[in-house]
Design a protein around this ligand. Structure first.
Ligand code: IVH
Length: 677
């Protein structure tokens, strides 16, 4: 190859890599498999290594610098980076528009606003000179920030060079660098594995990652950037609408938020708030509110600024997902498998839109990791439907009478000994079915909707039945008499009859439901289904050897061991025998061919609100049927499960002509595959 051939090849590889990168990170629409990207990048690296003279600063190989900095330089923002005023409710948002209309002498409903999710990350400025990324900086105090050029260069969604043409010679782009939740979970998982300190939330993780003097660390941190405006602009014109500027930034290769919308009037802003508030947990990143900006730039100029915030924009905040409160006590709950879980009793606090007075502390390792003591001030986080968590302790506020959390050495319910298996974080009560807590939990699980589905047998009633000694195990449920039930406080004749009828009805089970209902350790619905499909009948399952069990998809040595322990226990088998004697029955299944699951090889997307189950439940069902569940719709999506309130994903699916099914259709699909609903 001649020198000019080599150069042409390098150019071509760079061009291709840039295009693929843009498709992947900016359009969220990958065009080649990862392996092909990696291969091309390797080729370019080899070419550049052999011909160092060819390397350009905007080459995709030049994202990561090799040597750490000593310190960050300071950067002056020629155009200050402002902050935003906040509105905490609909009234404050109305006030914002009233002030603005007064100033403009305009009528309600005539001003258009750009509505944008307020990403919870770090504000940054990117400077492009002649299309080349020359500087990245933090906001700092708005006038002076830190030069983090080396770190921003490692972020794949930030182009080292703008695409296309027509951009101003000097263009300062502003936006938010953040860590998507999945990347945050991954980072903390790694930290757990290496016993390092966990990050409290994605925002702190993003901030910590950007503040690294060694950009090689930043490069590993799953950061992304979303742009929301411009600062300094020289030698070039931009459109006179904010939304049109964002569209141009997108064309030039920068990421903007696909959820942004332009609406007319403040009522439509409020509607957008409600719409996004309902979908907040579905987004792959944390947002803490919505930003509204007057879309017309001439009106923005007319409105101007007060102190450090523009009059033409406001942030409507969501209820905070983190709050501080006091840890009043720690209690210990005993679960179905005897696992003893510490539960934090908290001074009630309003967080994530509800009042929280309990949070899980998981296990003794978690208590140790947090270093939490009773009496401490703690930070509680409640995001979405997730159980509230204690994320950290404000140790400076520890009272003098704080006391360490002491794990019980005996079961708090039955007094049996406790044990911690060598390779587990959990401490268990060894009382088995002697322990009333385990009896209750086993029965609650057995009668639950996705197991035997006994209508009207709620937790309270189960507790009464066990406490009065009427029921000791799941089989004795089916021996309950009307007269037994009528002894219970607040039990009327009608409820008693209904309950007996529901018990009777539940006897017609399916094999997977029955296996799941037994509550064998580590045997969830998916595993129960695999077992039923593999063996077809209870007899074959119960007599299977460990090797035969290991042939089942999803069954590893641990699950096989739990299964064998169950089938080897005379006590368990006698309960199963008693259940069958009482009339519990099911039909055997046809043994599935070579374990091909019905939705094997398909990719599904779940969106909108579901009535009968949470989205995560729907996802779990899909996975049980062999489908992959993706976060966004693409040409490769097979089907979208859409509930009310579904937004852009549904629209996108319709555009692409992808199958869409509603919840009723989905429930039918589930029941046709023997799945409980
Ligand atoms: S506009 C003059 N747009 O919120 C307008 N800010 O509280 C200045 N933020 O420092 C900012 N998403 O870090 C704007 N779509 C968005 C935003 C956004 C997040 C952050 C940004 C800013 C802070 C202001």
């Amino acid at each position: 190859m001649t020198a000019s051939d080599i150069q042409a090849q390098a150019l071509q590889l760079r061009e291709r890599l840039r295009e693929w990168n843009y498709r992947y990170y900016v359009l969220d629409d990958p065009s080649v498999p990862d392996a092909e990207y990696d291969q091309a990048l390797r080729e370019l690296q080899e070419l550049e290594q052999a011909n160092p003279g060819l390397v350009t600063p905007d080459s995709p190989t030049q994202r990561v610098g090799a040597t750490p900095l000593q310190a960050f330089d300071q950067v002056e923002h020629e155009v200050p980076m402002l902050s935003l005023d906040n509105a905490f409710n609909a009234d404050e948002l109305q006030d914002f528009e009233r002030r603005l209309l007064d100033r403009l002498g305009a009528d309600p409903g005539t001003v258009s606003y750009s509505c944008e999710p307020k990403l919870d990350g770090i504000a940054v400025s990117l400077l492009y000179r002649d299309g080349m990324l020359t500087r990245g900086a933090t906001r700092g105090d708005g006038r002076t920030g830190e030069d983090i050029t080396r770190n921003v260069r490692t972020i794949p969604s930030i182009p080292l060079r703008l695409r296309g043409d027509g951009y101003p010679a000097v263009l300062e782009v502003r936006g938010e660098i953040y860590m998507p939740r999945a990347g945050f979970e991954r980072l903390n998982q790694q930290a757990r594995e290496t016993d390092s300190k966990l990050f409290v939330n994605p925002r702190n993780a993003a901030a910590g990652s950007l503040r690294q003097l060694d950009s090689r660390i930043t490069a590993q941190r799953n950061l992304e950037m979303c742009c929301y405006g411009v600062g300094l602009v020289e030698d070039g014109e931009l459109p006179m609408q904010h939304s049109a500027i964002l569209d141009l930034l997108h064309q030039w290769g920068l990421r903007i938020n696909p959820e942004s919308r332009v609406v007319e009037g403040i009522q439509a802003c409020e509607d957008y708030y409600q719409y996004l508030a309902a979908r907040r947990d579905e987004l792959p990143y944390d947002i803490d509110g919505i930003v509204y900006k007057v879309d017309r730039i001439d009106l923005q100029r007319e409105l101007g600024f007060v102190a450090r915030a523009p009059r033409w924009a406001i942030a409507r905040k969501f209820p905070a997902q983190e709050q501080t409160t006091q840890l009043l006590d720690v209690e210990f709950q005993v679960g179905r498998t005897g696992a003893i879980t510490p539960v934090a009793r908290l001074q009630p606090v309003f967080v994530g839109g509800v009042t929280v007075s309990n949070a899980t502390l998981h296990n003794s390792d978690e208590i140790e990791r947090l270093g939490v003591q009773v009496g401490d001030t703690v930070i509680v986080r409640r995001a979405g439907d997730v159980i509230p968590q204690i994320v950290s302790v404000v140790t400076e506020r520890r009272p003098a009478d704080a006391r360490p959390v002491v794990f019980p050495t005996r079961c708090p319910v039955c007094g049996s000994a406790t044990e911690r298996a060598a390779d587990e974080a959990v401490i268990r009560c060894m009382g088995g079915l002697v322990c009333a807590a385990q009896q209750k939990a086993a029965i609650k699980h057995f009668v639950s909707r996705r197991a035997m589905d006994v209508d009207g047998l709620g937790d309270k009633l189960v507790e009464q039945l066990v406490d009065t000694g009427l029921v000791t195990n799941v089989a004795s449920l089916y021996h309950l008499q009307r007269s037994d039930l009528l002894q219970l406080p607040r039990m009327g004749e009608k409820s008693a009859d209904n309950l007996l009828a529901a018990l009777e009805e539940s006897k017609a089970a399916t094999l997977p439901r029955f296996i799941f209902a037994l509550g064998i350790r580590e045997v969830g619905e998916a595993t129960a289904l695999s077992l039923a499909r593999h063996f077809g009948s209870w007899e074959k399952l119960a007599t299977a050897s460990e090797e035969q069990l290991l042939e089942v998809d999803d069954v590893g040595p641990v699950v096989a061991d739990h299964l064998r322990q169950f089938f080897d226990s005379a006590e368990s088998l006698s309960v199963v025998h008693a259940l069958r004697e009482a009339g519990v029955h099911w039909s055997d299944l046809e043994v599935a061919d070579a374990q091909v699951l019905p939705l094997e090889g398909q990719t599904w997307v779940v969106t909108g609100k579901l009535e009968h189950m949470g989205r995560s439940e729907a996802k779990a069902f899909l996975q049980q049927l062999g489908a992959k569940v993706a976060g966004s719709v693409s040409a490769r999506t097979h089907c979208v499960l859409a509930g009310p309130g579904a937004g852009s994903k549904l629209t996108h699916a319709r555009e692409l002509g992808i199958d869409v099914i509603d919840e009723d259709g989905f429930l039918e699909l589930l029941s046709s595959h023997g799945l409980a609903t």
